[in-house]
Ligand binder design. Structure first.
Ligand code: AMP
Ligand code: ZN
Length: 467
């Protein structure tokens, strides 16, 4: 498998340090608000990478941290007059729920910064002992001139480095390269703070990720991922802290996902194109169409998220699900065909070759759709020989362990059907017959037939869809 490495700026062969085990650290959300679809582009991409590594037979040990103390969380909690924990609880729960909604796999560890303070203090102490950090006005700073490799990840020119000048803010621009803060001394009376040998204070954001990654995954990680905005200063500073402390390579493979923009523009509240996942769900979009849209473009290309792309995603999903249902209900009694197995082998290889090539998902999805097209050309209406049914469905299930956007052969619960019937009746009242027919057809595809009587609509199930 080959993967682009931001550090070397090359596509490299990926092999984990320990045989079949891959360790991954992904910078998680800052839990000061609901996560937006830009965040979820990065998170869904990371989920796709995780799922594909598992598809390739690796075992994955992944950490996604929760940044529950930083400049933003503190400011927001104070605005609402809440304690930090009280404030972030809501957004942590919402994030976990959103991840489930987007069918992301749970990762192995979700550490919280506020629960890892002791280890952070230890790392700062080590950096002070080794002469890579200094104390100033109650805070501790990393001395970037003490590390000759500083700036490698983001390609900083060493001449830009200003020594002895420090910056307190967690986020700053590339033209502001300075000694960054490891431990921020307490300034305001009611600011959250912890005791430490360097005085009361709190950790800097960069320190949090160095500590939470090494605590769970060891001093050298296979993969560290995040959005492209994190390359500088966040990841540059993580490398500095970790490598200065351990003297070892911190991360073997840096993976960064390009930004999502909306309808051609940077997402911003003032442009009215800023969407959280929840807002899109409220507008009635299917979470699987959202996931599909987020993962279907290559992670190193900017993604232009449009409402058209959501509609197209829903159609693509519908095509695959209908194919699955049609195959599972085939009535073709002909003997098993060997050429179907050959097609499965061919398209599995095509899918794998594409995904092995720096997670080329477009190629991976193309393999799936070409497979469907070829089967349908051979067997009109997907009426494959019954004895080939199991292998085809198993192949689709196998690809779906990676793509994870399809609900195959799942039966709708009675309540879900009733909800659709209510929606159809309302659509008919509104004289929106197109929508009413769409619902009837959608149900029919799942083997559910509607019967309109004078005073109510009843439904019956034709047969079991699941094979
Ligand atoms: P944050 O909650 O701001 O710490 O961000 C969580 C993750 O989302 C980080 O990996 C960011 O790099 C990523 N991210 C933020 N905005 C976008 C965007 N518009 N497109 C893609 N990823 C983003
Ligand atoms: Zn981080």
């Amino acid at each position: 498998m080959r993967l682009y490495n931001t550090l070397t700026r090359k596509i490299e062969e990926f092999t984990p340090l320990n045989d079949k085990l891959v360790t991954i650290y992904t910078c998680g959300p800052t839990v000061y608000d609901y996560a937006h679809i830009g965040n979820f582009r990065t998170f869904c991409f990371e989920d796709l990478m995780r799922r594909y590594l598992k598809f390739r037979g690796y075992q994955v040990k992944q950490v996604m941290n929760l940044t529950d103390v930083d400049d933003k969380t503190i400011r927001k909690a104070a605005e609402q007059g809440l304690g930090l924990d009280e404030y972030t609880k809501k957004y942590i729960e919402a994030f976990m729920e959103d991840c489930k909604t987007l069918n992301m796999e749970s990762v192995e560890f979700y550490p919280r910064a506020t629960r890892t303070i002791e280890e952070m203090i230890e790392l700062v102490s080590t950096l002070l002992e080794k002469g890579h950090a200094y104390e100033k006005d109650g805070s501790v700073y990393f001395n970037i001139s003490s590390l000759p490799t500083y700036g490698r990840l983001s390609g900083l020119d060493r001449r830009e480095i200003r020594t002895g000048v420090s910056v307190d803010s967690d986020e700053y621009e590339k033209d502001d390269v300075r000694d960054f803060v490891l431990w921020k001394g307490k300034k305001e009376e009611n600011e959250p703070a912890w005791h430490s040998p360097f005085g009361e204070g709190r950790p800097g954001w960069h320190l949090e990720c160095s500590v939470m990654s090494m605590k769970y995954l060891g001093e050298t990680l296979d993969i560290h991922a995040g959005g492209e905005d994190l390359i500088f200063p966040h990841h540059e500073n993580e490398i500095a802290q970790s490598e200065a402390a351990t003297g070892k390579t911190f991360v073997r493979h840096w993976v960064h996902c390009k930004y999502l923009i909306v309808e051609g523009k940077k997402m911003s509240k003032s442009l009215g194109n800023f969407f959280t996942l929840r807002q899109l769900l409220e507008k009635g979009y299917d979470p699987m169409a959202i996931r599909y849209t987020l993962i279907a473009a290559h992670y190193r290309k900017q993604l232009n998220f449009t409402f058209d792309s959501l509609e197209n995603a829903a159609k693509a999903i519908g095509r695959v699900e209908s194919f699955y249902n049609a195959v599972s209900q085939t009535a073709n009694r002909n003997p098993r065909s060997g050429s179907v197995s050959e097609l499965i082998t061919k398209y599995r290889a095509q899918f794998t070759a594409a995904m092995d090539d720096d997670l080329n998902i477009s190629g991976g999805l193309a393999a799936l759709f070409e497979f469907i097209r070829e089967i349908n050309t051979k067997y009109p209406d997907s009426q494959v020989p019954e004895d080939n049914k199991t292998e085809i469905l198993a192949f689709l299930d196998e690809l779906n362990t990676v793509i994870a956007c399809f609900h195959f052969g799942e039966e709708l619960a009675d309540e879900e059907i009733m909800k659709l019937i209510d929606e159809r009746n309302q659509a008919r009242k509104d004289r929106n017959f197109a929508r009413a027919d769409e619902i009837r057809d959608q149900l029919k595809e799942m083997g559910i037939i509607l019967e309109d009587t004078r005073d109510a609509t009843r439904f019956k199930r034709l047969k079991q869809v699941k094979s």
